[in-house]
Design a protein around this ligand. Structure first.
Ligand SMILES: [Cu+2]
Length: 492
């Protein structure tokens, strides 16, 4: 297998040249767009925008998919059907607070229940999760989006698409069954760039009914950049400190809730990456002194055995304050800056699930990413990806210019098929996001099996706020909600 280079692996000189190019190009992009900051229009129906554009490059089409094109179904009616699933109830209050961030320092934050990240919600796979959200005093309105969770359209928490923003004094109750185990997180999807950065985030951990991996301890940590300045791990600028004894098997769930890519190193123990975006990998191999690049919104679970020396450290290459210390004992040595980079395209063992780049797809779409645009357009100007229930969809994403783009799809898991034209050679990778560095090209595929109106956007939320956000719309699905300045629903 030929060596696969990512832009991140290129020499520092190339990186600097790339960054210089981006900086040089930004004014051009700004001029081309007419304005840099995206202006929301007065009112848009995200269900019908661009519906007649016909921009799709269909490799073929199966014509009228079942369901009938005449009567539109509403996203608002697409709820979790009744079942006997065990019910887990939670309440979350969005409120302004002053939070302690370590070393006696405090910061003003927008929080769930007075802390950022908010309470960790931990459930079992198959549980029915009921969360009552109350907005106490966030004037701009809030929602909760359950990042990475496959759930019914009306529960996706996108202001102006799946619900109205919840204004101060109002409540909204979310209800969905946790079908897939894994590491997830939640955040407001009303002005998400601003609100996630101010602290409206939390963790959702869905424990497996039966784990493919054995471990004694199960921890989760959130990395965030509060108010654009404080780099915090589980709310602390001193990192997270977790207890463990020599010999313990530790599952550590790493969640990047910041917009920037975090390069995380594991020191003090060999480890496996057992899960990406909450989805288990098949027969993951043993890694040593390897950097893991985690894009905005992405989750990587690592598994290791505590060494007799007693301490394992996981830390960010760029931000000293983003670190996790597990156990007490001898300080492990640090990783070299140029240590190997984790390559998920050739990790673990393949499984034949029949989903390949050369299978038959009902529709194929091309997305070309610029610094803050998709196919040269931004937000509502970008024609949506149109799908019908039951179809197989392939998306080719090419990153032409700009910083890393962790592209995130709501409501579905996609399979990563190829990188730069080559099929993946290791474990199947199912994910809700794929991070592209400049020059990268990926093909991903998903089955359209969850009717609704779904966002597809960059999870560098500043990019999203500037327009790097589009829709995947099922034919015949409508919404009563509207995005725009008139309703105040501004999902980013
Ligand atoms: Cu981006």
């Amino acid at each position: 297998m030929a060596a696969k280079k990512s832009a991140a692996k290129k020499s520092p000189l190339l990186r600097m040249a790339a960054i210089a190019l981006i900086i040089a190009a930004l004014p051009l992009v700004t001029a081309a767009c007419g304005y840099y900051k995206l202006k929301f229009p007065e009112e848009i129906n995200m269900a019908d925008m661009g519906a007649h554009s016909g921009h799709a490059r269909h490799t073929d089409t199966n014509g009228e998919a079942g369901g009938g094109a005449a009567a539109a179904a509403s996203c608002a009616d697409m709820a979790e059907p009744p079942s006997n699933a065990p019910v887990r109830k939670f309440e979350l209050t969005a409120q302004k607070s002053v939070v302690e961030i370590g070393d006696g320092k405090t910061a003003e934050a927008w929080t769930f229940d007075g802390t950022t990240p908010g309470p960790e919600l931990r459930v079992k796979q198959g549980d029915r999760i009921v969360v009552k959200l109350t907005n106490k005093d966030i004037e701009k309105g809030v929602t909760i989006h359950w990042h990475g969770v496959v759930l019914p359209c009306s529960q996706d928490g996108v202001a102006g698409v799946t619900q109205d923003a919840v204004w101060p004094g109002e409540t909204f109750t979310y209800e969905f069954v946790a079908k897939h185990s894994g590491t997830y997180w939640y955040h407001s999807h009303q002005q998400s760039s601003e609100q996630a950065q101010h602290g409206l985030i939390g963790r959702l951990i869905v424990e497996p009914r039966q784990s493919a991996f054995e471990y004694d301890l199960d921890y989760a940590v959130t990395m965030q950049q509060l108010n654009g300045k404080h780099w915090l791990t589980n709310g602390s600028r001193n990192g997270a400190k977790l207890a463990a004894q020599a010999g313990d098997r530790v599952r550590l769930r790493l969640i990047n809730s910041s917009s920037a890519v975090q390069w995380m190193g594991v020191a003090g123990a060999d480890f496996q990456v057992i899960s990406m975006d909450g989805q288990d990998l098949n027969q993951p191999g043993t890694l040593r002194k390897t950097w893991i690049p985690i894009g905005g919104g992405q989750r990587y679970d690592v598994l290791f055995t505590m060494p007799s020396s007693g301490k394992v450290q996981v830390y960010s290459k760029q931000k000293k304050t983003l670190s996790v210390t597990v156990g007490e004992g001898v300080e492990p040595g640090k990783l070299d800056k140029d240590a190997p980079v984790f390559d998920f395209t050739a990790y673990g063992e393949p499984l034949d699930d029949g989903i390949t780049a050369d299978m038959k797809f009902d529709r194929t779409y091309d997305l070309v990413l610029g610094p803050i645009d998709i196919n040269g357009k931004r937000f509502h100007e970008i024609p949506p990806i149109i799908v019908s229930e039951g179809e197989w969809i392939k998306i080719r994403i090419k990153h032409k210019l700009g910083e890393e783009h962790p592209m995130h799809l709501h409501g579905h898991l996609f399979k990563v098929l190829t990188k730069n034209g080559e099929p993946l050679s290791g474990s199947p990778i199912f994910a809700d996001s794929i991070m592209l560095s400049m020059g990268d090209e990926y093909e991903v595929a998903f089955k359209a099996d969850n009717p609704g109106l779904w966002m597809e956007h960059c999870h560098n939320l500043e990019h999203a706020a500037n327009g790097m956000s589009m829709m995947v719309n099922y034919e015949g699905v409508d919404t009563p909600y509207r995005v725009g300045t008139k309703s105040g629903n501004l999902p980013d």
